[in-house]
Design a binder for this molecule. Structure first.
Ligand code: ADP
Ligand code: MG
Length: 629
């Protein structure tokens, strides 16, 4: 074939324009694309050679070589893969609709299709070379063809390309970039190695570059004729599980997470279905310092067919699982996928759902393990990351039930590690609700006067003092058909746990106490919505509760602390213990109003609240102390 000039397909011209102008800010990706093509070409040869081993032409070691010539200002990416015939060069490098990969895929049938999962899809990566080159020359010979059947393709990336026959002994393809003025930075071994390390470390073929040495005489770096690998050439996740040691899994984790400790757990799977992908996901042993920053992107890297696409692809993991580290390698996504595209892709949604379930399974396996040591790992995980799972209860409705089972709490029964299931198994005969109290700290929760009646009756109450608890509770209303009930909201309704006698006593006490209650209401009319006699208290004189549906004191404090304005403030209800000596004395002295306010202030203090006017409280107490003989 003599030299001919052919015109690019109209779409290619558009793509060329688009690629060279819009990808310029991220121009180094051209190397990733060209190495990815070289790697695809090797995968294709490997695949065809399964049935035609002669195609290896006695050199079965597949590899990619990257080299540059500083004087000629060229950068060459050479592979010994499948190569291109003249027709293929015209079709694959001149039009888009006719992707070589597509033709290749069409040739496959049945089972072999699965084997070909590593083969690239329709794309436009090749043209990214024109971001940095004002001419690209491709020289190639197809594996198994005669040397005279080589081809040279060349273009300036504008309207047309030239094509001619050449004699080429070596199999495979060389892509030669004639760099534009100003792109000399790519004529550096150091620069190229760093780009390869960043994007192509896990390409499973060796990527070779010439050894460089400092030549003292010439006072510059010189290239030796010795080729050395510059990538790790090991896509760990693409290997079979049985070939990978625990040690290797851990090392890989440290490499991608910058963690110095081994991970707590990992999961490695090849998923086939709506979307084909491989996942290798890790749960760290310790929380990083910036875990609480919800804007921090996730730790999962996205690869497409072993080519690195992007770090921290947040579309791959829900925000609450931002502690998960690892790799997802998709066989379906296009290499030039953008963040915007990821957000919309159905494949990505399937990956995210699948990966979320995997992480939850890993946690469940630890939490429910027969082995003490595994359960201890879960306890350690919970200490560091538990609050994130609580975020998840509100964020991930599809998995809220599974998440609820993974939650652990402190309770009046044990200081930590209480699951809902534990709680339910200890519920009293006739108990219908799961009781909890929220407070600013565990100590405050434990000391809450509202717990007294539950303690007395031996009913367990969950003690919630985590900042996210209130938020979580606004999304979680029941577990296993049992409603979650705050002991500081509404009136005490222990249902059948309270006997008739007690109920009657309370009613009588309340009736007898009515005159005092009326005076208390009048004295506290600006502070309490209501004042009533309670059965909640055993030792304390008074406590505050809010009406069912009103915001708890703890939550309104949290919101105010976090700087939210316009937090609705509803007045609490003061409940008094008619049996308490202090309450009984109320009526007999002449300090009724003073005592009423002291009771109220003490109830605020007891639940960990702040007094609006502490000085007034001190004055009142001191006044009372001094009035005693
Ligand atoms: P994609 O890789 O997604 O198919 P590209 O634009 O990167 O899209 O490449 C277009 C086509 O050019 C490839 O499908 C392949 O047929 C051909 N090609 C590119 N580079 C090589 C190469 N090094 N060896 C053989 N064929 C190649
Ligand atoms: Mg490509």
């Amino acid at each position: 074939m003599t030299k001919q000039t052919l015109s690019f397909q109209a779409e290619v011209k558009q793509i060329l324009h688009l690629v060279t102008h819009s990808l310029y800010s991220n121009k180094e990706i051209f190397l990733r694309e060209l190495i990815s093509n070289a790697s695809d070409a090797c995968d294709k040869l490997r695949f065809e050679a399964l049935n035609h081993p002669e195609m290896y032409e006695d050199s079965p070691d597949l590899e990619v070589r990257v080299s540059f010539d500083a004087e000629a200002k060229t950068l060459t990416i050479r592979d010994n893969g499948i190569g291109l015939s003249a027709e293929e060069a015209v079709a694959n490098l001149g039009t888009i609709a006719k992707s070589g990969t597509r033709e290749f895929m069409a040739k496959l049938d049945g089972d072999q299709k699965k084997d070909a999962q590593l083969i690239g899809q329709f794309g436009v990566g090749f043209y990214s070379g024109f971001i940095v080159a004002d001419r690209i020359t491709v020289e190639s010979r197809r594996a198994g063809a005669k040397p005279e059947d080589g081809v040279r393709w060349s273009s300036e990336g504008t309207g047309d390309f030239e094509i001619e026959s050449i004699v080429r002994g070596e199999r495979g393809t060389s892509v030669i970039l004639h760099l534009r003025d100003g792109e000399e930075e790519f004529l550096s071994g150091w620069k190229l190695r760093s780009i390869i390390g960043k994007y192509s470390d896990h390409v499973s073929l060796p990527i070779l570059m010439r050894k460089e040495e400092w030549d003292a005489e010439a006072a510059k770096q010189v290239q030796r004729d010795e080729w050395v690998p510059v990538n790790k050439a090991a896509a760990l996740w693409a290997r079979s599980k049985s070939d990978i040691t625990e040690e290797q899994y851990n090392e890989f984790y440290k490499q991608i997470s910058y963690d110095t400790e081994a991970p707590l757990a990992y999961t490695h799977n090849r998923v086939e279905g709506r979307s084909d992908y491989t996942q290798l996901l890790y749960i760290p042993a310790k929380a990083p310092f910036d875990l609480w920053n919800r804007d921090k992107r996730g730790g999962v890297k996205l690869y497409v067919k072993r080519v690195f696409i992007m770090d921290d692809a947040e579309a791959l993991m829900p925000v609450y699982l931002r502690f998960v580290k690892g790799v997802i390698d998709s066989a379906d996504l296009p290499l030039n996928v953008s963040r915007e595209l990821l957000q919309e892709s159905r494949d990505v949604r399937a990956i995210r759902e699948g990966s979320t379930k995997r992480v939850l399974s890993m946690l469940e396996a630890l939490a429910n393990s027969e082995e003490e040591s595994e359960r201890a790992k879960y306890a350690a995980f919970w200490n560091d990351f538990g609050s994130l799972l609580k975020e998840g209860v509100g964020e991930d409705h599809a998995n809220a039930e599974r998440l609820a089972k993974l939650l652990r709490f402190a309770s009046t029964h044990a200081d930590e590690g209480v699951s809902f299931a534990d709680y339910v198994s200890r519920m009293k005969e006739g108990q219908e609700s799961i009781y909890y109290i929220t407070a600013d700290s565990l100590a405050a929760a434990k000391g809450s006067p509202q717990l007294e009646i539950y303690r007395k009756k031996g009913i367990e109450v969950l003690l919630l003092s985590d900042r996210v608890d209130e938020w979580m509770l606004s999304h979680l209303h029941e577990f296993d058909g049992k409603s979650l009930q705050s002991v500081a909201k509404g009136s005490v309704d222990l249902g059948s746990l309270q006997d008739e006698e007690e109920k009657q006593q309370a009613e009588q006490a309340s009736a007898a106490f009515k005159p005092v209650l009326d005076r208390l209401k009048a004295a506290l009319k600006d502070r309490a919505k209501d004042v009533r006699v309670t059965t909640r208290l055993v030792e304390s004189p008074a406590c505050l509760v809010v009406e069912e549906g009103d915001m708890s004191g703890h939550l309104s404090r949290l919101l105010k602390q976090s700087g939210q304005s316009g937090v609705p403030s509803s007045m609490p209800i003061l409940e008094v213990n008619a049996e308490h000596a202090l309450v009984r004395r109320l009526d007999s002295g002449d300090h009724f109003d003073e005592l009423a306010h002291i009771l109220f202030d003490q109830a605020v203090l007891a639940e960990g609240g702040h007094l609006e006017d502490p000085a007034a409280y001190v004055r009142r107490v001191n006044g009372l102390l001094l009035s005693q003989p």
